[in-house]
Design a protein around this ligand. Structure first.
Ligand code: PLP
Length: 446
């Protein structure tokens, strides 16, 4: 069956542009989205879709074992398999946060570990789609493209550089100088991307990359390019699949540029259309207080939105004051009665540390989502029987600087750690070591 997909105006649903067109906005300046031929997709029953997607999930038939390409019909149906650039993204584990959940009165709490992936963040989900499409246009001779480019708070550049390197395409990344972690910075450098550290913030980099890609020599790889959303939307579908096609009640997800929360809704809306689900979970978009323009808009009753200058935060990947995907995110949140919450530096650091003590090793952005979850739980907004999923967006190993500062007494502005676990330095002395162990056991276990 030949399914079709094309770009259309995300706001109005009008217009039609081919996916091979180099276009990021509609003529009126609005964002685009990828539309699918849902009536044709619906000709296959919901049960048949679930069976097909389950038969591919994490299997070896390339590229369908990927969590993204296993749903190829709903992602990029027409790309030839040989042009797909996949590093086996998706299929990440759904961690039953049993101990943490029990501590906070939510025994059915899960963490979707999107950071346990090739480049250590959820960005792989969208980048495989975008780079595959570019690879297709280049290899098939449809378009002359010199390379791919993005602005980034660290994770997008890592994903773009890796996928471009795997495809043999040149990559250019624009980063705000001194505002991303060392692990994030070394990723594009190691993957041979042209890495430009600019004297500005992410919003400044975003403006520049839009100018840089205007003449279409370089292809824009930020999530304002709706191809990225097509990959990222599979995360919600996959969560549902991992629960044997049952839905959670709540999903908490960190938000910066707001592509990911928009993607989450799009995936759910589409599988609802296919009859696989009949409702959409309550989604809470979680922002750092230092970078909270969406939260402020939500608090105004969605009456007004004002870009802000985002301040320093441990959650550096969501330090964004003027989110590009804001119109899509607001539309979806309003339509589905979604919620927005914020977390202070103290709250996110403590929530992250507290969850780590129960076996996680989460990044500060996941810390934001966990802190917002704690606020909802404390206010009694979640029922004990609710199934709750927190989307963890990156691997904690990419953000060791803030974790080390938290535990080892480093400089963490605005934070007095409530759960530090400082290292103890001792001489190589049997008695000293024994005493330290016993003191620890007594203090911890009584
Ligand atoms: C680790 C991490 N979490 C959350 C986000 C927020 O995603 P989005 O910008 O799509 O809202 C990003 C990227 O910006 C990220 O890198």
């Amino acid at each position: 069956m030949a399914y079709d997909a094309w770009f259309r105006d995300a706001e109005t649903g009008n217009g039609r542009w081919e996916l091979d067109d180099i276009i990021y906005r509609s003529p009126t300046g609005g964002l685009l989205e990828v539309a699918h031929d849902l009536p044709l997709l619906k000709a296959r029953s919901a049960a048949a879709w679930m069976k097909l997607w389950d038969s591919r999930y994490k299997r070896t038939q390339w590229p369908y074992g990927s969590g993204v390409w296993g749903k190829k019909e709903l992602v990029l149906p027409n790309i030839p398999d040989e042009h797909v650039v996949s590093l086996d993204e998706g299929g990440t584990n759904l961690f039953w946060a049993e101990r943490f959940g029990r501590e906070i009165g939510l025994p059915d709490l899960w963490v979707k570990q999107c950071g346990v992936s090739h480049t250590g963040s959820f960005k792989d989900l969208g980048m495989t789609v975008l780079v595959s499409q570019v690879n297709h246009m280049v290899r098939s001779g449809k378009r002359k493209i010199l390379g791919v480019a993005c602005a980034s708070t660290g994770d997008t550049s890592a994903a773009l550089a890796a996928y471009a390197a795997a495809a043999g395409l040149p990559a250019v990344v624009l980063l705000p100088k001194g505002k991303i972690s060392a692990a994030q910075l070394i990723q594009p450098i190691a993957n041979n991307a042209l890495t430009l550290a600019l004297d500005t913030d992410f919003d400044g980099c975003m403006r520049l990359v839009q100018q840089l890609t205007e003449d279409k020599k370089l292809y824009l790889a930020n999530s304002m390019n709706s191809l990225r959303v097509e990959g990222q939307k599979t995360v919600g579908i996959e969560i549902c699949q991992q629960f044997d096609w049952e839905l959670p009640d709540w999903i908490f997800i960190p938000g910066g540029n707001l592509g990911n929360v928009s993607a989450l809704y799009k995936g759910f809306e589409e599988i609802r259309e296919l009859g696989i689900i009949s409702r959409i979970p309550r989604i809470v978009c979680c922002q750092a207080e230092a970078a909270n323009p969406l939260y402020l808009a939500y608090k105004s009753g969605w009456k007004e939105f004002h870009p802000i200058t985002a301040l320093q935060t441990q959650a550096s990947a969501i330090r964004i004051g003027d989110p590009v995907s804001r119109p899509k995110a607001m539309k979806a949140l309003m339509q589905h009665d979604g919620r927005v919450e914020q977390a202070s530096e103290q709250e996110l650091a403590d929530a992250s540390a507290r969850a780590d003590r129960t076996g996680l090793f989460n990044c500060p952005h996941t810390g934001v989502a966990l802190a917002c979850l704690l606020k909802f739980a404390a206010r009694g907004e979640l029922k004990r029987t609710d199934r709750v999923v927190v989307v963890s967006t990156a691997h904690g190993l990419k953000f060791t600087e803030s974790k080390a500062a938290y535990h080892l007494g480093g400089n963490l502005p605005g934070v007095k750690p409530s759960h530090p676990n400082p290292m103890i330095e001792l001489g190589a002395d049997r008695q000293a070591v024994y005493d330290a162990v016993m003191r620890h056991m007594e203090r911890t276990f009584g």
